[in-house]
Design a protein around this ligand. Structure first.
Ligand SMILES: *Cc1c(COP(=O)(O)O)cnc(C)c1O
Length: 343
């Protein structure tokens, strides 16, 4: 069976680099949303816990509840639960209306829109948000923002940061006025953390860097991150193709000499993008994918029992004109994750 291999050593080394940059393990919230970027939520949460990470960020309640026992701090980015969640699970306020829907006495974090204009409340709405938090008995645990161009070298990041500084000041004034404790402030994702010359917030929300990638080359000290995940296929069958015989859907590959080909059990249903046979794709071991990729299999000029399909999502992403994130998160949750602990 095809599977995903998780390299625990590389993951720990990446976490070490990230923690060092952030100042300590306590100043890292590991983003485990979307099945830990395709790596496997429970497997990665367990490894992160073992390493000493104490904070996690997820997309929804289902993810939060799966890892709730491992982290003292969990942030849910986009779901309003029906019932009051466990106190260590904080719910993101993406707009003022959320504050009327979140169950009373829940832990919440205010997301402030500092220029991405995707979600988050306006700076001018902070007072109204505080009124609602107080009225509904909610606990304000954090205030955060997300940058729209952290991975591009431009001045944008700097004016967004400035706006967040202004928001923090306003929030502290309101905390004093309302008698709330100072909340946690956080704004940086991986790229923003590595672009900071001196990081001084409560923590950074780190996803992609922990998994071994940074899309931006414009960071101050480019870290030596290593891919954590690799995708492997297992041989289904080998076959001799005579010169002139054509292979797979549409018969788009034609043998120019007698060759041996094998099918492997990874296809586009597993999340590997479909190739239509019009461009040559070279695998990490130098083998070629021949013809079109099928739903559950692909043909390769190899006879190996097991073959590596992806070992570097960034290389794969370049071929498909996308980013490493998309290659990773599209990997099927049904593929088995095997954690390799060889140190
Ligand atoms: C996904 C996400 C992150 C992590 O971003 P990376 O670029 O993977 O480090 C951080 N914050 C928020 C709000 C996110 O949605």
């Amino acid at each position: 069976m095809g599977y995903i291999k998780i390299d625990a050593k590389n993951f720990f080394e990446n976490l070490e680099i990230v923690s060092k940059k952030a100042g300590s393990k306590k100043r890292v919230a590991l983003v485990l949303k979307d099945n830990a970027y395709g790596h496997g939520l429970e497997e990665m949460a367990a490894l992160a816990y073992e390493f000493g990470i104490e904070k996690a960020v997820v997309r929804n309640m289902a993810e939060a509840l799966k890892i709730e026992k491992l982290f003292g701090y969990i942030l849910v980015l986009s779901e309003i639960p029906q019932e009051k969640p466990i106190p260590n699970i904080g719910i993101t306020v993406n707009c003022i209306e959320d504050l009327k829907k979140i169950p009373p006495f829940s832990t919440v974090e205010l997301k402030i829109d500092t220029g991405m204009h995707r979600n988050g409340i306006e700076l001018s709405e902070t007072k109204e948000a505080f009124d609602l938090i107080k009225k509904r008995g909610l606990v304000l645990r954090g205030v955060f923002t997300h940058f729209r161009s952290a991975d591009e070298l431009s001045t944008e990041l700097f004016w967004q940061k400035k706006r967040f500084e202004k928001a923090k000041k306003r929030v502290l004034e309101l905390c004093y006025e309302f008698g709330f404790e100072r909340p946690l402030f956080h704004s940086c994702n991986s790229a923003a953390l590595f672009r900071s010359e001196s990081f001084d917030e409560d923590f950074a929300r780190v996803g992609i860097a922990a998994y071994g990638y940074l899309e931006s080359d414009e960071v101050f000290d480019m870290p030596e991150l290593k891919p954590v995940l690799s995708l492997w296929g297992e041989k289904i069958a080998s076959k001799r193709l005579k010169k002139g015989q054509r292979l797979g859907y549409g018969g788009v590959f034609e043998a120019d000499r007698d060759i041996v080909v094998s099918t492997y059990d990874i296809g586009y249903a597993d999340g590997f993008f479909r190739l239509d046979g019009s461009r040559e794709y070279i695998l990490p071991g130098g083998e070629k994918i021949l013809g079109r990729v099928s739903m559950d299999s692909m043909s390769i000029d190899s006879q190996k029992q097991e073959i590596c399909i992806i070992d570097d999502a960034k290389k794969c992403a370049r071929f498909f004109n996308t980013i490493s994130y998309e290659i990773l998160v599209k990997l099927s949750p049904f593929l088995k994750r095997v954690v390799n602990r060889q140190m």
